[in-house]
Design a protein around this ligand. Structure first.
Ligand SMILES: C[S@@+](CC[C@H](N)C(=O)[O-])C[C@H]1O[C@@H](n2cnc3c(N)ncnc32)[C@H](O)[C@@H]1O
Length: 338
């Protein structure tokens, strides 16, 4: 997409807090808003705004007491509750290690995704110039880690506006602020500083992992950590990674293959069904078969497998509950043009 105009610029620094990007093609003229400093560049803006209206219009100036009253009124299973649960789980894992208020040793230590990323980086040396893409970045810690460790421009993309707002607050203000779930629908707000080396090289956009708004051969590396089983079309997600990587570049994908129809229709799951087939429904076997030389009729021929290993990934749900996964981590390489 060519950016035709930015209608209104924000006040502070170089960042644009609010504006509208307009596609300059006369046959398109689609509008893409920048809201709270986050460009929203998705194929279906109406659906996106409808699905994310709560965090977009939501306020963050209410006291814990008032938030708890609203949480009680809206109840478990409400959109408000789901959003707070997601923020609690991912912000704790991404930034809990920096929270001075975490005095007692947590039953589930934070930092699981940073460890997963560390394993990926071991097998992902940079061989090309260009930026790095963190797909499904959530609240953003891995994007900051990538910028610090790889010394490149890093773009974190996700569809969850509430999570991107947390990431953006770290980028702009160096502050992590999130509701940490205690139990049931009780939460406590955690707020603490988090400053990262080379954070000037990081930005966060709302984009769809299955329809990335970038030209082909654009990124020198990509990571997709625990995203494959969260998208509507895992196949399109893989194809998009193949499309946007520069030939010769690598991507790390980690996934627990925790399929659910809430995220992915059964027919789009990679395995997890059809156990009478040759692969017996094994997701890891099907992913391998989808890479070059894997024998799948729909194989993504641009991507070849570099390495694969199993890594633990743990998420805190509340004070007394957590989920433990073994993620399959594959490092893939986009074949160099011969
Ligand atoms: C299981 S979480 C993993 C988050 C983070 N990578 C981590 O490992 O902690 C999956 C993330 O993918 C995001 N996501 C789901 N579908 C997406 C899509 N189509 N495009 C971009 N992000 C998506 C979710 O909002 C969520 O932040």
């Amino acid at each position: 997409m060519d950016i035709g105009s930015v209608l209104k610029e924000g006040e502070g620094g170089d960042s644009i807090e609010e504006g509208i990007l307009v596609c300059s093609s006369p046959r398109c003229l689609s509008e893409y808003p920048i809201i709270d400093g986050i460009p929203v560049i998705v194929p279906d803006l109406r659906t996106y705004i409808t699905n994310n209206v709560l965090p977009i219009l939501g306020r963050n100036d209410l006291s814990d007491t008032m938030e708890s009253l609203l949480g009680d009124c809206l109840g478990p299973g409400s959109a408000f509750d789901a959003q707070r649960q997601h923020l609690s789980t991912y912000a704790f894992d991404h930034y809990g290690d920096l929270d001075p208020g975490e005095i007692a040793p947590a039953s589930v230590p934070p930092g699981s995704v940073v460890k997963v990323l560390g394993h990926g980086l071991e097998a992902m040396p940079l061989s090309n110039e260009g930026p790095v893409l963190d797909i499904g970045c959530s609240v953003g810690r891995t994007s900051f880690e990538l910028a610090a460790r790889m010394d490149r421009l890093v773009l974190g993309v996700d569809l969850n506006f509430g999570m991107l707002k947390v990431a953006r607050a770290v980028l702009e203000r160096g502050i992590v602020s999130y509701p940490k779930r205690k139990v049931g629908i009780t939460f406590e707000r955690r707020e603490f500083p988090a400053v990262f080396e080379k954070s000037d090289n990081v930005d966060f956009w709302a984009c769809d992992a299955t329809a990335l708004p970038f030209s082909c051969n654009r990124f020198a590396a990509a990571v997709s950590l625990n995203v494959l089983d969260c998208v509507n079309s895992p196949y399109d997600h893989l194809s998009e990674i193949a499309r946007v990587l520069i030939p010769g570049s690598r991507a790390t994908l980690a996934t627990p293959y925790d399929w659910s129809t809430g995220a992915t229709p059964v027919q789009a799951w990679l395995g997890g069904h059809s156990q009478r087939s040759a692969h017996k429904g094994a997701s890891d076997a099907i992913l391998r078969s989808l890479l070059a030389g894997g024998g799948h009729p729909g194989a993504i021929e641009e991507l070849e497998l570099v390495s694969e290993k199993e890594i633990p990934w743990t998420l805190r749900l509340h004070d007394r509950s957590s989920m433990e996964y073994q993620v399959d981590m594959v490092v893939v390489r986009k074949k160099a043009i011969s």
